[in-house]
Design a protein around this ligand. Structure first.
Ligand code: GS8
Length: 226
């Protein structure tokens, strides 16, 4: 990796997947150009060219070469900048665990979270809520007695989960429930506080009210609400 290397990120400011990449780059102190996709219109020609398979953000473009899929991008960043704190442990078992939790965040929080946000049928929403709360309980268990997901160092599983911090409020509003962090999920609550003390997370996460606004706009389109 040379100092004149060029990095561009294709993203959406509220996407939990794009936010992972930006937090990763900030953590390593990497300069990059951020290019915002327009979520209301069709995919940009650049996105279609850079991620023709999934046609999804985020994409990291390193000297013109694209890397897609947030977790893969964050690992790529970690491998490129091996000087500086590592996102993954040197221990294979710890690495496997960290990757397990990265995968968990998408499958067990973000996917059921979509049922809460973008389904109008009561029972589908309820099922989303049930799964979401169940997953928070698992996350709580995994974080108990630890500073970060992997122990003492902020790592890839924290980077993968940190964007949820600015989304929790939106889940609560549209799911009409309260997460009760201080009562039921104290370890997650403490972890959120620690993450929010980090310059990278503080700088990158949008305000929760802004996430709420954009999700209500998206809901109107998806659910054809007026
Ligand atoms: C998910 C990316 C994704 O869903 C990752 O990068 O980790 N597994 C992937 N991106 C969404 C925006 S965030 O909800 C996206 O780009 N959607 C556009 C589309 O589906 O057309």
């Amino acid at each position: 990796m040379a100092s004149e290397d060029e990095f561009k990120v294709l993203g959406l400011w509220f996407s939990p997947f794009a936010l992972r990449v930006l937090i990763g780059l900030e953590e390593k102190g990497i300069k990059y150009e951020y290019i915002e996709e327009d979520w209301m219109s069709n995919h940009s020609p650049l996105l279609l060219e850079m991620n023709p398979v999934h046609k999804k953000i985020p994409v990291l473009i390193h000297n013109g070469r694209p890397v897609a899929e947030s977790a893969i991008i964050v690992e790529y960043i970690d491998e490129l900048w091996s000087n500086g704190p590592a996102f993954l442990s040197s221990d294979p078992y710890d690495r496997a665990l960290a990757r397990f939790w990265v995968d968990f965040i998408e499958k067990k929080l973000i996917v059921p979270g979509r049922l809460i946000l973008f389904r109008s049928k009561g029972e589908e929403q309820e099922e989303g809520k049930r799964q979401f709360i169940e997953s928070l309980a698992m996350l709580e268990e995994a974080l108990r007695g630890k500073n970060y997901m992997g122990g003492n160092a902020f790592g890839i599983a924290d980077i993968a989960c940190a964007p949820m911090i600015c989304w929790f409020h939106t889940y609560e509003i549209f799911g009409d429930f309260k997460i009760m962090f201080e009562d039921k999920f104290l370890s997650i609550f403490m972890w959120m506080m620690k993450c929010m003390e980090r310059e990278s997370v503080k700088k990158i996460l949008p305000e929760q009210e802004k996430v709420l606004q954009v999700v209500s706009q998206a809901r109107k389109i998806i659910l054809k609400e007026t």
